[in-house]
Design a protein around this ligand. Structure first.
Ligand code: ADP
Ligand code: MG
Length: 729
């Protein structure tokens, strides 16, 4: 008899170390060598063309045809010099991953030879057959054409000898079919509104953009063990598995010494990342065994999002070379911490100032408070949008499980800032005017200590925490594209800043000074949004109760979280700020629901297959061994001894039968629930049926299967066990 688990174990344990010694000693020697960077552009293009591309990148100014010709020609020369043979438009369809279709540079000539060509038209626009990408009903297959169009804000790069050109992806009728399009639009809206607000303080500001530094958590598992787990292979997570006697209880993995084989892998993928200009800088062990994290230096949001997409791809690709499979799922293992992707977000202007850094002067302090108050107001007004934009079936297993923030959106700002905002709340304009001791104008802006950054009163449990000069959005799941949370944050911020200007301008029109008006408006925002601030332990039970009394929502699952997207206010938000049309909002909602339904459906099927074809037959085989044993005992022992000694065995035989009976029964009921659900036509009701009627069977089925795992002879058990998945490295 062959047991695949033991074969996998043998492979995993004896896997030869991959030594990769081709990495040059100095990162600066190869950093960015595979990206069409600003430096390369300057080298390969005229001054005029270079400036046009930069302008397009920063202000969305159109690039004209002759310039595009130059860019294409420069890209081609550079790519060929790097050994590239193909090019592709690289985009992010709504599947959540990236897509590409490679075309060769070659063009046959009349004399039977070939030359390499790459024209502006090929750079600017392509028409991939879009019929197999999700569109939420926007694109009928008979008008299957979709367009990809060059995004000059994110540098082209070379991967696997292919020139990859970041692009947006839209339907024939111009509707967005990707994540990049709304992200770019949200960034434009933010720029438009935030720049105006900055100009209240400094007329020379021309641009504001969001910055993003993500932290990517992931698990590594030996590929042989992974392949011996059909649930991991098909769903990305383990649907069965008793916890290991030891996992994270001793907290001995977090920040521990990185195992040698893992370091070999990390060095190689960091090398590949650096060649692509992804500024990864930090790496460490995470809390759970075999869980790790990497983080880059932050970048402009669109580039950072692309870099995270690329990095996820690199992790998987380089992992394979080392015999590792990278698990990006939010909760691959029950009972140990899941994986998140903290999105560190801030705002920067074209003078390179971080708008979320409390400044040294009263003026920059005031500007900081204006942005802070607007952020809090935006998060309070649109907490449900943020929640919806981090929702996924994987993240449902993580949020609120005492290892990640709860599903309640709140903001943490720390003790000092809380005191500052409390002071503002207490000090209305009049009393401040009387106090009147501040420079230049007569508003007293509370002084904010400059040492906020070093201030370590960090709260690790908050979903949205101020950490000195940025907010850290921690509710994002590890497999999610950063585009989703970034679309949501940038959009709600743009909308809020627009309202702020209207509010301020109204007061100014009524005769108030601009500074007085700004003060009075942010004071009202600080008061109005107070409920969103929470400084305590967000993992605690008390917070759930208190949040309810504050009227904050605690939406536990994806189908209910997604509902918020169809509320009139949500649609207004997207439409008015020109980020998505109503049709696009609705289409995306449907795609997300559909995705949720499919995922739960697949998990449920895999669960049934594994239980019926793997777990139950093996358990019966073991049970038969026990039965034979008991029969044998009866033959060789006198009755009294037999009765005394066989009791345990017989109890186990019975217990096995009982667990099997429950599993069979529950699976049958789960299948019935699925059948009943599948009759539902309305997608929302269908998703809710899967969440409320199908998903609840998982726990019970798993409980009994995991009990069997503890009983059945280790030699027979077919699925890699938690101790193997989590500790072999
Ligand atoms: P943690 O302590 O939460 O692990 P770090 O201090 O290591 O976090 O920083 C996490 C991330 O925050 C890094 O990716 C870093 O580049 C990013 N970050 C720092 N400053 C900013 C900023 N102004 N805007 C966006 N991200 C930033
Ligand atoms: Mg962090």
């Amino acid at each position: 008899m062959s047991n695949i688990r033991f074969k996998a174990l043998e492979m995993a344990i004896s896997r030869p170390r991959r030594l990769f010694n081709d990495i040059p000693p100095k990162v600066s020697d190869y950093y960015g060598e595979l990206t069409f960077s600003k430096q390369i552009m300057r080298e390969y293009m005229s001054h005029e063309a270079y400036n046009s591309v930069i302008k397009a990148a920063e202000k969305g100014v159109r690039i004209d045809r002759s310039i595009a010709d130059q860019v294409a020609s420069a890209m081609k020369s550079w790519a060929l010099s790097k050994g590239a043979t193909h090019f592709t438009h690289w985009f992010h369809p709504l599947t959540g991953s990236t897509a590409e279709k490679h075309d060769s540079f070659i063009q046959p000539t009349a004399d039977g030879k070939a030359i390499e060509t790459f024209h502006a038209s090929e750079l600017i626009q392509q028409e991939p057959d879009a019929s197999s990408f999700p569109s939420g009903g926007i694109r009928n297959t008979f008008e299957a054409r979709g367009y990809t169009a060059w995004d000059p804000t994110s540098p082209a790069f070379i991967m696997d000898k292919t020139l990859c050109i970041p692009t947006i992806f839209v339907s024939y009728t111009g509707e967005a079919l990707d994540y990049k399009t709304p992200l770019l639009k949200a960034s434009l809206a933010l720029d438009r509104e935030a720049t105006e607000v900055c100009r209240y303080f400094d007329k020379n500001v021309n641009r504001v953009f969001a910055t993003l530094g993500w932290e990517q958590e992931y698990f590594l598992v030996d590929s042989a063990l992974f392949n011996a787990r059909p649930d991991l292979v098909l769903t990305g997570r383990t649907l069965f598995g008793h916890s290991s006697a030891k996992d994270q209880q001793l907290s001995d993995h977090y920040f521990g010494i990185i195992p040698e084989r893992v370091i070999d892998f990390m060095r190689e993928f960091e090398y590949e990342a650096h060649r692509l200009g992804i500024p990864v800088r930090t790496r460490h062990n995470e809390v759970a065994p075999n869980q790790f994290e990497c983080a880059p230096v932050y970048e402009e949001v669109n580039v950072a999002v692309d870099h995270n997409q690329l990095l996820m791809h690199l992790l998987e690709k380089v992992g394979k070379r080392h015999g590792y499979t990278v698990l990006l799922h939010e909760k691959p293992y029950a009972g140990v911490n899941g994986s998140g992707k903290h999105n560190n977000w801030s705002l920067s202007n074209d003078a390179g100032e971080n708008l979320l850094t409390p400044g040294k002067t009263p003026k920059s302090n005031f500007r900081f408070l204006v942005f802070l108050a607007n952020i809090l107001k935006a998060v309070d007004a649109h907490a449900d949008i943020l929640r919806a934009y981090v929702a996924s079936s994987g993240n449902d297993l993580r949020l609120g499980a005492h290892e990640a923030p709860p599903a309640i959106i709140s903001a943490f700002i720390g003790k000092q800032l809380t005191e500052t905002l409390d002071l503002i709340e207490k000090t209305d304009k009049k009393s401040v005017s009387k106090a009147g001791e501040n420079s230049g104008n007569h508003i007293k802006i509370p002084k904010i200590p400059e040492i906020l950054l070093d201030n370590t009163d960090r709260n690790r449990t908050s979903p949205f925490a101020f950490t000195g000069n940025k907010f850290e959005f921690r509710a994002v799941g590890s497999s999610s594209s950063c585009a989703k949370p970034m679309i949501a944050l940038n959009l709600i911020m743009a909308d809020q800043l627009k309202k702020f200007r209207i509010d301020v301008d109204t007061l100014v029109a009524g005769g108030m000074s601009k500074d007085d008006a700004m003060y009075s408006i942010i004071r009202s925002y600080i008061i109005d949004s107070k409920r969103i601030r929470f400084e305590g332990n967000s993992y605690g039970e008390e917070w759930i109760k208190e949040a309810a009394t504050r009227g904050l929502s605690n939406i536990l699952d994806t189908p209910h979280a997604l509902r918020s997207l169809l509320k009139p206010e949500a649609i207004r938000l997207f439409v008015e700020n020109q980020v998505l049309t109503e049709r696009e909002v609705r289409a995306r909602y449907e795609i997300k629901l559909e995705n949720y339904i499919r995922k739960i459906q697949i998990e449920s099927r895999v669960m049934g297959d594994l239980a019926i074809n793997h777990i139950i037959p093996i358990s019966i085989r073991y049970q038969n061994l026990l039965v034979d044993n008991v029969k044998g005992l009866k033959e060789v022992l006198d009755t009294k001894t037999y009765v005394a000694l066989s009791k345990n065995q017989i109890d186990t035989i019975k217990a096995i039968s009982e667990h099997i009976a429950v599993i069979r029964d529950q699976i049958q009921k789960m299948v019935e629930a699925r059948k009943a659900a599948n009759k539902i036509e309305d997608p929302e009701a269908l998703a809710i049926a899967y969440q409320a009627k199908v998903l609840p069977f998982f726990g019970e089925i798993r409980y009994h299967a995991d009990k069997l795992e503890l009983m059945v002879d280790n030699e027979l058990w077919p699925l890699s066990k938690y101790r193997e998945l989590l500790f072999i490295r």
